[in-house]
Design a protein around this ligand. Structure first.
Ligand code: 13P
Ligand code: SF4
Length: 301
């Protein structure tokens, strides 16, 4: 089957299964093209909590599908490739967090959405890159434990008066951005603005013009008067930015910045998932209940 045939088959099966296809901004172009909804982690969680379909086909990584399963327990959540995990989410386990917390009694734990459900179950409140500062400011405590991204932790620290104590995790895609990438891009496109994701290292954030989640990049791309933008995040988002803003130019801060796990979701796997209704992502009820508390606190903000 060629790509076009596959797309038609997927759309037919989607109707039959009463399914909705949601995709993260980093997904492959052909996946974005068939998705009913594309977004960042916060937008995708909100979407999952209000869908009317029976089945959610989640085109993203495992923690995102788990979040959908937590928010929509009566739906079937399909992740077309169960090996599509987030290496940063794998940098902290629930037992490690339990041990770490013991060193800091009384400090609330804020967990980035890029964590497993079991880690969320150990946290007080969840956050995404879109709302991390608001979430931290919503807490009364003066010292906050933050897991797992040290770069997002240090970005939050710049904007709040509280003390952020971070776990030592990072996203390998964003952590690779360097001052060399900034200098090279500025030399190549002197009139361009540079946007970076808050998972980038502090020295890169210092030199960027704007620091934005992927969802905020999509919005800013529509509103900005700049015609040339250098994008410091996973390259998959550039497809969406160009498609929605054909009159503007978007360049990767570091060509080849790809999240290989995001790219594991292919049309073929989406088709097979809808056909077999596998693999499903499920969260055990005792973990779900606790993790839901942390996610709902975030959503209610
Ligand atoms: P957002 O899309 O929420 O900005 O997050 C980026 C990311 O790396 C998700 O894994
Ligand atoms: Fe995880 Fe980074 Fe990939 Fe996002 S881009 S899923 S944080 S490894």
């Amino acid at each position: 089957m060629d790509l076009e045939e596959l797309k038609v088959k997927i759309l037919e099966l989607k109707e039959k299964r009463r399914a909705i296809i949601v995709a993260h901004n980093y997904q492959l172009p052909e996946i974005q093209d068939i998705a009913d909804f594309i977004g960042d982690s916060l937008e995708l969680s909100r979407q999952a909590s209000r869908v009317e379909a029976d089945v959610i086909v989640f085109c993203g990584v495992h923690f995102m599908a788990e979040t959908a399963a937590i928010l929509a327990p009566d739906k079937i959540v399909l992740l077309p490739d169960l090996n599509a995990g987030c290496p940063m989410a794998a940098m902290i386990r629930a037992d490690e967090l339990r041990e770490w917390k013991k060193n800091y009694p009384g400090r609330p734990v804020v967990c980035y959405i890029n964590t497993t459900a079991a880690v969320k179950a150990e946290a007080d409140i969840c956050c995404t890159s879109s709302n991390a500062i608001e979430v931290v400011n919503s807490l009364a405590a003066e010292e906050i434990l933050f897991v797992p991204d040290k770069n997002l932790g240090s970005y939050i620290q710049r904007h709040v008066s509280k003390r952020i104590i971070s776990w030592n995790g990072f996203c390998y895609v964003h952590h690779h951005f360097s001052l060399g990438d900034i200098r090279r891009s500025r030399a190549q496109y002197p009139t361009a603005q540079i946007w970076v994701h808050p998972e980038s290292p502090p020295e890169v954030i210092d030199e960027a013009d704007l620091v934005l989640s992927t969802g905020k990049m999509v919005k800013e791309a529509r509103n900005t008067n700049h015609q040339e933008i250098i994008v410091g995040t996973e390259e998959g988002i550039i497809y969406r930015l160009k498609k929605e803003n054909p009159e503007k130019n978007f360049y990767p801060l570091r060509p080849g910045s790809l999240c290989f796990n995001m790219k594991k979701i292919t049309l073929d796997k989406v088709y097979r998932a809808l056909e077999s209704m596998e693999p499903q992502v499920k969260v055990p009820p005792e973990i779900r209940e606790k993790a839901l508390g942390a996610i709902e606190k975030m959503i209610s903000l």
